[in-house]
Ligand binder design. Structure first.
Ligand code: FES
Length: 144
């Protein structure tokens, strides 16, 4: 490698970061973080909620409900890569489910779906599960 080629240096750094990530996170976590689905905010949602976790990161879910099923769901977060992975995985797990079964999605379910998270990131799954439940409560309060 040419030591003065900034592009090569940048690629080398990125390569090393990716290798470190692979040691720490499952392939599924990295996929959900780098290719996150259902990011955004639904206009005129049937239910919406956000929670700021103890780490200071915020998660938000907005949902649409049709025939007692989640017909659309989006998430936003200003958090870390694992919170993005948790948000993305949670939307995929909840989409199309009945409200009753979606309500039962727990942080353990999200962790299992992602193939686990390092101890210091496990709260990201709880933040996602808690926020989803709060969005359901908001839906119920609206009485749509
Ligand atoms: Fe707090 Fe990821 S949501 S560190």
């Amino acid at each position: 490698m040419n030591m003065f080629d900034i592009n090569d240096i940048a690629m080398d750094i990125e390569d090393r970061i990716r290798k470190d990530e692979k040691k720490k996170f499952s392939a599924r976590v990295l996929k959900e973080a780098y290719e996150a689905q259902n990011i955004g905010r639904i206009e005129d949602p049937d239910g919406c909620a956000s929670i700021t976790g103890p780490c200071g990161d915020t998660m938000e879910f907005s949902i649409k409900v049709k025939d007692s099923r989640i017909s659309d769901i989006r998430f936003m977060t200003d958090g870390c890569g694992s919170s993005i992975a948790c948000g993305s995985a949670t939307t995929k797990m909840a989409l199309g489910r009945t409200l009753e079964t979606a309500l039962n999605i727990s942080d353990i379910d999200i962790l299992n779906e992602l193939g686990g998270l390092p101890e210091e990131n496990r709260h990201c799954a709880k933040l996602a599960a808690d926020t989803l439940r709060k969005a359901f409560r908001n839906y119920q309060e609206k009485g749509r």
